[in-house]
Design a protein around this ligand. Structure first.
Ligand code: PLP
Length: 323
């Protein structure tokens, strides 16, 4: 980790320019019986997902504190949207980024990372649980130990990752929505859930926060098992979860996610990825209870685009192979 020094003025200027690219994302209303359902289109962030906010804010705060400067190499264990956002923003800031990935990475994400980063470390040894998370984290520690001025963004425990959604994503919702009764928020690192739930509860004291997770994830105490749709879920309980303010939890099977993704596309015209479908499926499950409140208003995020999921969630044969 870099020693603390005064912030780099040139990195701050670049961050200001980057920040101006991050326009508020639109909020759209779906046609839905008996409940006003709104989706915030996070896939319209510059690099394509809700994790743009996390990457931008974590880098910004680290530069402001003088923990990241021109000499820094960013290191992170991620195969998904966080890695692609970090890769793009590190490149735009002129910083090196080494992503640590594993064989489950989507080919499109690996291609992106290999184009954006001079070094990509791909682990291939499964850990004791049969997954790769612990192997990847061990590799991150080893890389940080042997790299001068390494900075591990540590998305599962970084408070700035939560703050990103408190200050950016949720602040936009508060500015756009006069009323909110339910927010359905998917969980992996729990940064989005923790940050949004805290801000939304301040602005809408009666709002119910529904955490949405994938079946097979360990976050809410279930036995972890193999999951096939990236985005939501984790094999650990993320430290950021303790900061979240949760009223209810919905666990969605992967088949349901696939069904809901298709419904979002073919009935609502939203071409969104797995976690968006998972949250929409949770809304459908909660709809009878929500209809008891006149004018009930609900929100979910379309976290990323459907393109990376064409060979999985949107492929009939792939879906029939799901449990
Ligand atoms: C598509 C998608 N949806 C939802 C999430 C969950 O966000 P968080 O890590 O803030 O819990 C992620 C995290 O990577 C994601 O990639």
């Amino acid at each position: 980790m870099s020693t603390l020094c005064s912030p780099s003025a040139s990195l701050l200027r670049r961050l200001d320019r980057l920040g101006r690219l991050m326009r508020p994302t639109p909020l759209v209303e779906l046609t839905f019986p008996g409940v006003r359902v709104f989706s915030k289109l996070e896939y319209l962030n510059p690099v394509g997902s809700v994790k743009d906010r996390t990457a931008y804010w974590i880098l910004r705060r680290a530069v402001e504190r003088g923990e990241v400067d021109e000499r820094t190499t960013i290191v992170e264990s991620s195969s998904g949207n966080f890695a692609t956002a970090l890769a793009a923003y590190a490149q735009l800031l002129g910083l090196r980024f080494i992503p640590v990935i594993d064989p489950n990475i989507l080919p499109a994400n690996e291609a992106f990372l290999r184009r954006a980063c001079a070094t990509v470390v791909k682990v291939d040894e499964p850990d004791e649980s049969g997954g790769y998370l612990k192997t990847r984290l061990r590799e991150v520690q080893a890389l940080c130990a042997r790299t001068d001025h390494a900075y591990w963004t540590n998305q599962y425990a970084n408070i700035d990752g939560m703050d990103a959604h408190y200050r950016l994503t949720a602040a936009e919702v508060c500015a756009d929505m006069p009323r909110l009764d339910y927010a359905f928020i998917g969980v992996s690192s729990a940064g989005t859930l923790a940050g949004m739930s805290r801000r939304l509860k301040e602005a809408f004291p009666g709002v119910r926060i529904i955490a949405v997770d994938a079946a097979g994830s360990a976050i809410f105490g279930c036995t972890p098992r193999r999951r096939h749709i990236p985005g939501l879920g984790a094999g650990i309980v993320p430290p950021l979860l303790e900061h979240a303010r949760i009223d209810d939890v919905v666990i969605v099977p992967e088949r349901e996610t696939a069904r809901a993704c298709r419904e979002l596309l073919w009935e609502h015209g939203l071409f969104a990825g797995g976690s968006s479908g998972t949250s929409y499926a949770a809304i459908q499950q909660h709809a009878p209870a929500m209809r008891e409140t006149p004018g009930a208003t609900a929100l979910f995020l379309c976290n990323d685009r459907g393109t990376a999921y064409l060979d999985t969630v949107f492929d009939d044969e792939w879906v029939t192979r799901l449990e």
